[in-house]
Design a protein around this ligand. Sequence first.
Ligand code: ADP
Ligand code: MG
Length: 677
Amino acid sequence: MDKLFNTDIRFLKGVGEKRALLFARLNVRTIGDLLHFYPRTYLDRTKISSLDQTQLYENATVIAEISSPIKEAKVKGGLLIYKFTVTDHVTDMQITLFNQKFLAAKLKVGQSYIFTGKIQGTYFRREMTSPEIEPLNEDNENGRIIPVYPLTSGLSRNIVASCVKSALSMLPEQMEEPLESEILEKLSLIGLKKSLLYIHNPKTFEQLNEARKYLVIEEFIKFRLGLLKLKTRNRQKTELSISNTDISPFLSNLPFKLTNAQNRVISECLADMTKDIPMSRLVQGDVGSGKTAVSAALIYAASSNGLQSALMAPTEILAQQHYKAMLSLLPDNIKIGLITGSMTKSQKLKIANAASNKEFDLLIGTHTLIEEYIEFDKLGLVITDEQHRFGVRQRSLLSSKGRNPHTLVMSATPIPRTLGLIIYGDLDISIIDELPPGRKKISTFLCDESYRQRLNGYIKDQCTQGRQVYIVCPLVEQNDKTELKAVDSYFENLKDNFPEISCGFVHGRLKPSEKEKIMQSFAKGETKILLATTVIEVGIDVPNATLMVIENAERFGLSQLHQLRGRVGRGEHKSYCILMSDNKSEKTLERLRIMTQTNDGFVISQKDLELRGPGDFFGQRQHGLPLLKIGSIYSDMELLKLANKIADKLYNENRITPALSKAVNSFFNDIGVIVFN
Ligand code: ADP
Ligand code: MG
């Protein structure tokens, strides 16, 4: 069976070299891929009407016999028209076809066909123009459910459907089933073979549901098993376990008292680090929950055990902020270095050299950290911040600079636990579910252009009170094609509207040194209004900023809006977030209103997921995980839970059959990973 599944699609009847290239565009390369190339949706042709039941101007599927000769006529421009009459022996209907010479030639007077199309004409003289026509046979006489596949130009629905059919016909009588019969029986699942037949050619919706249920569960089980296996495989023993977990000197040096949640997460991590299997943990905490202090505690512990740490951030600004934060959080005896892409090569080499001589206990940086020349003397702890911007590969490149170091991933994207388990299946998870005391709710408002005047007054008020303001626009440069707000033209307006207030702007196209300068000036309070693109989304910490204005808010995802909003409300002053949108779509406004109703990142991400639905949630691709072909993390949540339970049981009881491990491998083949070898 593997042989069949792995066979190049070129060799399938009706495919060949040319079509194989077209199929490759749909990511279908083998017969197995084609069998797992599920229909996007289905057309319901199960309701067959008699002609006199059909309603004018509505779609209908009818069975009728061709009762007149097919007349061909040529009209101006060379267009060919075919006209004929059909009957179900009670009522007649006129059919018109345009330019369908090939089809017309195949139709036979006196034979019955299924016609699907819109009923036109009058009740006395029904008509259908260019209907779909299928010869009647025993397979379709009771109507059909027609699969609709994702297509690409050159591959029509009929071609795909007939290739799928020939692949299905090659399935062996007795197929190796990935799931044990015990599981199939217990959950009343129909098994792989039937599911493949039914998902592509369901006779009833019941069959379709059964097929889908099986395939979704199987897919989730494969996903979970693969991650479980990868998780243990990545954890070879380490000699970097720590013995001294006393962080009291660090705690007494801190400018604040840690929250209970921070303390709990730190102990979870320290417990990991004392083991001879390296820590591999995700710390999830809403914006402002104090992840930096948690990582500082662990860096402190590593250093008191003679280990160096590396902290990687996705942007230069963020790396710099971490550098400053660490200087203030860690005692002076901990030596901290910073390396970023904008440094000269000789500066970088100097820092690399210092790191390899152990002159730094902690090296903070951007992607530069993973460059080849960076070496450590004894790297024991690797931390990546804002994980959704790094891939699995980058994380492991950094880890490879030590010998199985402990790894910590910090993410501000709060996701429901069940999802975390699947997205970050290769990591243990700790959640900081508490904000530092005294944080006030950020009042959020959704406004349209009619509030512009008042908004300006509001901005001015905040500045007069000594506070600072962020304004976020979706674009850098004004562009004639859209009405979207852009930093460049907005900045000109800003200067006109607030001549007495100092304004600055920052976006991704500025040189890092320019960005740094303006950020510094904003952090020091010299610049009062900072206009920006989403470059400020991650991590920036200016406690005096109390107002966040987001222009064209409809352009941003909920989780992103939540991250942006998290830039304010970081100090003692009451903070506000104003979402500007002139969008009229009720759906969009409803989505934005969620922001005004809650400050809870977990609730927001759940809603975000619900609204976005399945698909490449959270940029699954970016995480380097295989894409789900049929299961939806959101709408199949119950099946997901069930599958996770089964997978865990199979894994713990060592009950992974060869058929199942092969199925897992072929699922992960998508990302070039061999799970079981
Ligand atoms: P995030 O989790 O978003 O990375 P940070 O680590 O930047 O959050 O922390 C946000 C702010 O809260 C920082 O100014 C930090 O100094 C402060 N902070 C962190 N922990 C505490 C605490 N336990 N008590 C008071 N302030 C804290
Ligand atoms: Mg942070």
